[in-house]
Design a protein around this ligand. Structure first.
Ligand code: MF3
Ligand code: CO
Length: 248
């Protein structure tokens, strides 16, 4: 069941989203060679607490940290670690912010120092695919229109789209209906309505789309060990067009 949100509820989610966006801006200034993702995770906990918000991921289905930190071939759900980031790495930091019971979800990939041309192209294409998806998040379109825009752009640039993880509805719960795949035919799936709030969070790989999960039960990698990147925003679908709740 898709729970539609009122304008007031969307404004509460927007406040959570602003804190999340400000947190990502701080992270962007902190990611560099030698820094650990455990340090970033601790920074996020402190930042959210200072803003009266909570890290929704911590304790969710037993997940142990405030953030997911996914380096290089890790697609998503990587654990923050004490291994220093190295020049040339790419790392995705993903988090869900809870402000007074309302949630916002956003992931961003970062370059660590200077990175290869291919890694930079992966970041650029993944980010652009998110915004092409967002452009399709308009009343009257269908979910498949978002999915198709992302897949078409990703594949025409030689990258694959992960199938095993999708975007989702969000509100008081982290994962609500509908699922939002980042691949598939246009014109299919639920009709987009005023008041729907969803995440769009494409994960693109330089190699094939297949995934495998580590023995820790969380860390999802590319099966072929190719690089993976992700950008995610929380979007409200409104009569005035897509409203990105997780940007500044
Ligand atoms: N924020 C992610 C999502 O898009 C991942 C949540 S998994 C968790 O749903 F367990 F870490 F919370
Ligand atoms: Co999400």
């Amino acid at each position: 069941m898709i729970v539609l949100k009122t304008k007031e509820e969307i404004s509460f989610m927007r406040e959570a989203g602003k804190i999340l966006a400000a947190c990502h801006r701080e992270i962007a200034g902190r990611i560099k060679p030698g820094v650990t993702t455990a340090e970033i995770d601790r920074f996020v906990e402190e930042f959210l607490e200072a803003h009266g918000a909570k890290p929704e991921q911590k304790g969710y289905m037993g997940y142990p940290y405030a953030t997911c930190a996914s380096v290089n071939d890790v697609i998503c759900h990587g654990f923050p670690s004490k291994t220093p980031l190295q020049e040339g790495d790419i790392v995705t930091i993903d988090m869900v912010v809870n402000l007074n019971g309302w949630l916002a979800d956003s992931a961003w990939s970062y370059a660590v120092g200077s990175i290869s041309e291919e890694a930079q192209r992966l970041l650029d294409v993944t980010k652009k695919s998110l915004f092409l998806g967002i452009e399709q998040a308009i009343v009257g379109n269908r979910l498949g229109d978002i999915s198709h825009a992302i897949q078409t752009y990703a594949e025409s640039n030689g990258f694959s789209v992960v199938r095993d993880f999708t975007g989702h509805g969000i509100g008081r719960e982290m994962h609500e209906d509908p699922f939002v795949p980042h691949f598939g035919p246009p014109g299919k799936g639920s009709r987009l309505k005023d008041g729907m709030v969803i995440t769009i969070e494409p994960m693109l790989n330089t190699g094939k789309f297949h995934t495998k999960v580590d023995a820790d039960g969380w860390t999802a990698r590319t099966r072929d060990r190719s690089l993976s990147a992700q950008y995610e925003h929380t979007i409200a679908i409104t009569e005035d067009g897509p409203f990105i709740l997780t940007e500044l």
